[in-house]
Design a protein around this ligand. Structure first.
Ligand SMILES: Nc1ncnc2c1ncn2[C@@H]1O[C@H](COP(=O)(O)OP(=O)(O)OP(=O)(O)O)[C@@H](O)[C@H]1O
Length: 491
């Protein structure tokens, strides 16, 4: 199993096709050698900041963050302009009593917009395909999981739903959500289809399977996974999964191995133009829910950048943030596996406690690292794009882009990866900081192009004024909506 998977690196680390971005003429604001970038916001003036994570209050107590933070999740879910809003309750969404109990156990009080919109369409009979987009951390997993769990015939212990995700960690996470949500469905069996040497030669006998496409393909071909009863195929992070340069080929093959008719469901926070046409061929006649680029950023994520003296100088700047990073949980994203390893070695040698996860680690070592990060044993995680998508760790209050996300050529900015990376914080109404390190004109322009694409603001921090830096970040990470559990958020 491991062999099949290792021939296909996790999608996020696979090369992506070069794509043009909608960069506009504002690159005239790029810094010159003697005029640093960090003087004006990378983009627009700040939008309304309900979480109080906006600009400092200038001594005005009414404008001070601490007084504005008492916005509860319930308030956000009552605001029609918020992606967490819904007019309906879960009870009105035609779900079984077992599922309502499961949802209640998970402390979900009300559906989010995507859950409210997608579920009725997913549950229509005869089943219809779906392509659905919603901002990071808005509960897409629950939307497709509730459909799966509503459609399972519990008397037939054969794979009826196959969910594919781009990384082992995400597949395991989704499996956890489905199992948790379906805990009151008697007899429900779920299983992971990720590389696992201890399962060599064993058949996959469960109602729901969640895996990575390489392993799923391998298991079907070896007749360990019988696809004949599959009636739902879900691709999470679908734009990544259908990317022609990455996992697209494997997903197409898996789909071709499933006989008969089945419901194809594609979910992601991003559907760039070059993927959406293919997605529509992959899921024909689908109901489509999409968003414009400018709707994609989450207001609870405070986007910041800092202009470092040089590429090698980024390390010293990073170290200055360690104290803030380790207050709750943080993720440092780098471009290459090698950088992840080097950074881990260097930070450890400098006396800092960090964990590292990249495609170079074996499966069980990866499981240990992500589990330690989830349960708070490891607070600062260095990783590559392998964990950029989908990973849901509610305690994450800071994301650091040590390297600006770029396409495989290292030159063109990668707005989708940026959005997914920063979306590891600020989940479901929480707030968090996303800090990007830039160090020259090129990285400044890359970040500028990304901000421009989303029509969002990335606020520069003054490297020479640490008090301001600390104050800006502390205001967010000490916010009452930072890094909280769902129970704390809902009660
Ligand atoms: N209705 C709800 N009420 C409260 N919390 C919820 C609800 N739905 C989902 N959540 C929580 O919100 C968080 C984010 O959900 P999820 O991981 O499904 O987001 P996502 O939209 O798939 O994000 P991404 O685009 O990053 O994959 C999870 O911790 C989940 O438990």
């Amino acid at each position: 199993m491991a062999a099949a998977e290792s021939s296909s690196p996790p999608a996020a680390e696979a090369s992506k096709p070069v794509e043009s971005t909608e960069t506009t003429a504002e690159s005239t604001q790029a810094p010159t050698a003697d005029q640093p970038a960090a003087e004006k916001p990378v983009e627009k003036p700040a939008a309304d900041q309900v979480d109080g994570a906006g600009s400092p209050g200038n001594g005005n107590p009414l404008a001070d963050t601490e007084l504005k933070v008492e916005v509860k999740l319930a308030d956000l879910q009552a605001d029609p302009n918020n992606p967490l809003f819904s007019a309906k309750t879960f009870e009105e969404l035609q779900l079984s009593d077992e599922l309502l109990k499961g949802i209640h156990q998970m402390n979900f009080r009300k559906p989010s917009k995507i859950q409210e919109k997608a579920l009725p369409l997913l549950l229509i009979n005869p089943p219809q395909n779906m392509i659905a987009q919603s901002q990071s951390g808005t509960g897409k997993t629950a939307a497709f999981s509730l459909n799966i769990l509503s459609r399972i015939d519990i008397n037939n212990v054969a794979p009826q739903a196959l969910v594919l995700a781009p990384s082992r960690e995400l597949a395991r996470q989704i499996l956890g959500v489905i199992s948790h949500m379906g805990q009151f469905i008697e007899g429900l069996k779920t299983m992971a289809a990720v590389p696992d040497p201890s399962r060599r030669g064993m058949k996959y006998e469960a109602h729901v399977l969640v895996g990575t496409p390489g392993t799923a393909m391998d298991m079907i071909r070896r007749r360990l996974l019988d696809p004949r009863s599959i009636k739902i195929l879900v691709l999470d992070e679908a734009d990544n999964m259908l990317d022609q340069g990455g996992l697209g080929e494997q997903c197409t093959r898996v789909k071709a191995l499933i006989p008969g008719s089945f419901q194809t469901v594609l979910f992601s926070a991003t559907f760039p133009d070059h993927v959406i046409n293919f997605a529509q061929r992959f899921a024909p006649n689908a109901n489509v829910i999409t968003l414009a680029h400018e709707e994609l950023t989450i207001e609870g994520i405070k986007q910041l950048c800092i202009d470092c003296p040089s590429e090698s100088g980024k390390y010293d700047v990073l170290l200055k943030f360690y104290g803030l990073m380790s207050q709750a949980s943080s993720i440092i994203f780098v471009r290459k596996k090698q950088t992840a390893e080097e950074l881990e070695a260097r930070m450890t040698a400098d006396g800092h406690k960090v964990a590292q996860l990249s495609g170079n680690l074996e499966g069980d070592a990866r499981d240990r690292v992500i589990d330690a990060f989830r349960n708070g044993d490891a607070k600062v995680l260095i990783t590559t794009n392998v964990l950029a998508r989908g990973i849901d760790v509610q305690s994450v209050t800071m994301v650091i882009n040590f390297d600006v996300p770029t396409m495989a050529n290292g030159r063109d900015p990668d707005p989708e990866t940026y959005l997914h990376r920063i979306g590891r914080t600020g989940r479901f109404g929480r707030v968090g900081v996303a800090l990007t390190l830039i160090h020259d004109r090129q990285t400044w322009e890359q970040l500028h192009a990304i901000a421009d694409y989303y029509k969002t603001e990335v606020l520069p921090l003054p490297l020479d004024d640490w008090d301001t830096v600390e104050e800006t970040i502390t205001k967010v990470i000490k916010n009452s909506r930072a890094g909280k559990s769902t129970m704390e958020m809902t009660n």
